[in-house]
Design a protein around this ligand. Structure first.
Ligand SMILES: Cc1cc2nc3c(=O)[nH]c(=O)nc-3n(C[C@H](O)[C@H](O)[C@H](O)COP(=O)(O)OP(=O)(O)OC[C@H]3O[C@@H](n4cnc5c(N)ncnc54)[C@H](O)[C@@H]3O)c2cc1C
Ligand code: FES
Length: 259
């Protein structure tokens, strides 16, 4: 992990409250794994003081983050201009584990809820490089909030969308779409599910996976402060005791978590 001053190549609005920031961070780009994150100092002043965590969205001539403006830190970040510099600490945490060798052919199912799509595009690209058959399910409240559909389509042959209000794709929660897809797809594969999104959705997907005996890796976007295991501000309860989301995660095996 390194603390670098990264030049902002670009910082553009890509949705109602969504932005993409492309950073010159070749050191991080060289070693980062899907699911890992960086801590960014959003402001040059003391407000907000603490860095904010963001997943790696893409690796291309540096790194890209995809973020939603929800408060002070992300608001300040969204105002940054091309050519300015930000402090970036990373890569941090433990990312997703790609399918290993098994008797059955592996199949990955990626499930993205809202801004939870951010770390999953890089994962989908890596799965493609590794020739793993991948299905992607994207869930959002409404059509204008669907993220990364084009990027996922470049990486995976099958991409399905659901919206809570039915304005695009299947109507209802993405967990309903997951049930539907499982009914219509073959089960001759060793299935691994990768999921990131709101807590309730993670839990629901984890339950479906447990019932079916699928491995399920969840990325937990807990509130974090230091991001390096020093402040104990991101404790997660697991069957093997308390863990830190920043150091032991943010990706955990769903069957290990106490929900
Ligand atoms: C490992 C990790 C990776 C993340 N990756 C991304 C990403 O790729 N893109 C992205 O947009 N966001 C990501 N987040 C969430 C992001 O860090 C927060 O949205 C951000 O810190 C909010 O900062 P703020 O100062 O704008 O908001 P604050 O003023 O700190 O908070 C504003 C509101 O957002 C809520 N909030 C703050 N942090 C979180 C959180 N972690 N989860 C849910 N609600 C929160 C607060 O409760 C409050 O209601 C990630 C979080 C973690 C832990
Ligand atoms: S954020 Fe400080 S220990 Fe995890």
């Amino acid at each position: 992990m390194k603390d670098i001053k990264a030049k902002i190549y670009s910082n553009n609005k890509v949705g109602p409250a969504y932005y993409k920031m492309h950073l010159d961070a070749s050191y991080i780009a060289r070693i980062v794994k899907p699911g890992q994150f960086v801590e960014i100092r959003c402001s040059d002043s003391s407000e907000p003081l603490l860095r904010r965590p963001f997943s790696i969205h893409k690796v291309k001539r540096g790194i890209e983050i995809l973020y939603e403006v929800v408060g002070k830190g992300t608001e300040v970040l969204s105002k940054k201009k091309d050519g300015e510099f930000v402090d970036v600490l990373g890569p941090l945490g433990n990312g997703f584990i790609l399918p290993g060798t098994s008797n059955l052919e592996p199949r990955a199912i990626i499930i993205a809820g809202g801004i939870g799509a951010a770390p999953l595009v890089y994962l989908a690209e890596e799965l493609k490089k590794n020739k793993i058959k991948t299905i992607v399910l994207i869930g959002a409240k409404t059509r204008s909030l669907i993220l990364c559909e084009k990027d996922f389509k470049k990486a995976a042959p099958e991409v399905y969308v659901s919206t809570d209000d039915g304005t695009y794709g299947c109507k209802g929660f993405v967990s309903k779409l997951f049930h539907k897809i499982l009914k219509t797809t073959e089960s001759k594969f060793e299935t691994i599910v990768y999921v990131c999104g709101p807590h309730g959705m993670l839990r629901c997907i984890a339950d479906i996976c447990l019932e079916r005996n699928f491995e399920c890796q969840v990325s937990l976007e807990e509130k974090m402060a230091c991001g390096i295991g020093a402040c104990l501000g991101c404790v997660v309860k697991t069957k093997s005791g308390s863990k830190l989301a920043c150091k032991d995660g943010p990706v955990f095996n769903a069957s290990e978590l106490i929900w």
